[in-house]
Design a protein around this ligand. Structure first.
Ligand code: NAD
Length: 432
């Protein structure tokens, strides 16, 4: 099939290259000229394991192409996927849909033959109705169909998640459209993915509800971890104990610094706004947001306690600053709250991240990027393991740190409390 992905970010690029790899002709469109230039030259603008090889392979076979020309891509394609960003509005919790509607208006100018317009971006309930309304102002209804096909991939695991999804949700009540989408996804269905056809509005809500539920699960175990710290219980025992209940399941029950990233924070906020719009109080999600916003403060309080309230001039090393491992994404990472706070208190921050230096800390006082784990840890008073990269999983701290009395605060519970005690390392984890 001939498709185009409008918006070549984490979702558009990954799904575009995977669709190409499944044998489709795909054009990835983006308004950023440098992004498209890089991609045409085999350079990948984001960090995502396995992506580079797949892009180069499919670009070589000419099944995958890149352009800044949205019009020509739409004219050449049968299926048009909208994959642009839907961040929170500035100073509001609502989703900013300006990128979606700008793209919609652009697409409508180029519909001369039947096209299926598919929203892969995460959009609030009724956005599909609005897209349909905008296009029908200039295009006869028989020439297009608007579908919601939310994407569930996770950064860091994006290719695997796309190829082996638990389910594919397609929101459309148009039989012909549904049949085409089912054919497009048939290679994934035959590998075991469940294909779920719903109404367009239901598909939109499935995406928000999934993210809100997962955010709730994370927040739930984080609060239980707080209780464990006060009662001398290891939260990992509790996670295993409750996760073994099949009704609950073990995933997303690992206590840590709170959820962040480009999806959960903005999507939990947006669904609450949708609730308000339809006069429905989503009180659980509201409290999840509040609890998660408080998470960094709780962890920072513990940092202060660990350092006997003497943060000034302490050398603190952060291992990993992105919102999770295997991504370069800094959006709503808890390090963006923690590092400026500690710097304000007079700490000297050294950080290392496998995806390199971050512009976000350029203007923060006393924050230095180090290009190796060793140079970041070397003279630390406190090492904070902030993300769970494999690179941080078997460190010999005594060889890495020159000081005698250094402390490790493991915010991902990578290391065992008992082993650290045995090695006489002052160690703190989460919820233990
Ligand atoms: P992103 O910011 O990485 O990429 C969006 C891209 O769209 C950018 O490259 C931008 O330049 C481009 N764009 C914006 N307006 C454009 C226009 N008019 N024409 C052409 N290109 C344009 O965003 P993302 O992380 O890929 O997320 C996209 C959507 O998918 C969001 O709604 C998000 O919530 C959802 N989503 C994201 C993930 C994830 O893990 N990142 C997972 C599932 C769903």
């Amino acid at each position: 099939m001939k498709l185009c992905m409008i918006g070549t970010g984490y979702v558009g690029l990954v799904s575009g290259v995977c669709f190409a790899d499944l044998g489709n002709d795909v054009i990835c469109v983006d308004k950023q000229k440098d992004k498209i230039f890089k991609l045409k030259n085999g350079k990948i603008p984001i960090y995502e394991p396995g992506l580079e090889e797949l892009v180069i392979k499919n670009h070589k076979t000419k099944r995958l192409n890149f352009t800044n020309d949205l019009g020509s891509a739409v004219r050449k394609s049968h299926l048009i996927f909208i994959c642009v960003g839907t961040p929170s509005k500035k100073n509001s919790n609502d989703a900013d849909l300006s990128q979606i509607y700008n793209v919609t208006k652009e697409i409508s100018k180029h519909i001369k033959k039947f096209k299926i317009i598919i929203t892969k971006s995460t959009v609030p309930v009724t956005t599909g109705d609005e897209i349909e309304k905008i296009i029908s102002r200039s295009v006869p209804k028989k020439l297009f169909s608007v579908v919601s096909n939310p994407e569930f991939l996770r950064e860091g695991e994006a290719i695997r998640d796309f190829i082996y999804p638990d389910r594919i949700v397609v929101g459309s009540s148009n039989k012909k459209t549904n049949k085409i989408l089912k054919t497009l996804y048939s290679p994934l269905i035959s590998k075991g993915a469940t294909y779920l056809n719903t109404s367009r509005r239901a598909a939109e809500l499935i995406k928000y509800s999934s993210n809100a539920f997962l955010a709730t699960k994370i927040t739930f175990i984080n609060e239980i971890a707080n209780l464990c710290e006060k009662t001398n219980i290891n939260v990992e025992d509790v996670s295993i104990g409750i996760g073994l209940d099949k009704r609950i399941g073990s995933r997303f029950l690992r206590a840590g610094p709170g959820y962040g990233g480009s999806c959960f924070p903005k999507d939990t906020r947006a669904i609450v706004v949708t609730g308000k719009k339809f006069k429905t109080d989503l009180s659980i999600i509201k409290n999840v947001i509040k609890s998660n916003e408080n998470r960094s403060k709780i962890l920072l309080k513990r940092v202060s306690k660990i350092l006997n309230n003497k943060i000034k001039n302490k050398k603190i090393c952060f291992l990993g600053v992105t919102f999770k491992a295997n991504t370069d994404d800094m959006r709503e990472s808890s390090s963006l709250t923690m590092i400026p706070f500690l710097s304000k208190k007079g700490a000297k921050i050294y950080y290392y991240d496998p995806t390199g230096k971050k512009n976000e800390f350029k203007k923060i006082k006393n924050v230095r990027y180090c290009n190796s784990i060793k140079s970041a840890c070397n003279s630390s008073d406190l090492i904070i393991i902030h993300t769970e990269w494999n690179d941080f999983k078997s460190l010999n701290f005594k060889n890495l740190v020159s000081k005698k009395n250094f402390i490790v605060y493991d915010m991902r519970n990578i290391y065992s409390l008992e082993k650290m005690y045995k090695n006489r390392i002052k160690y703190f984890g989460i919820g233990k």
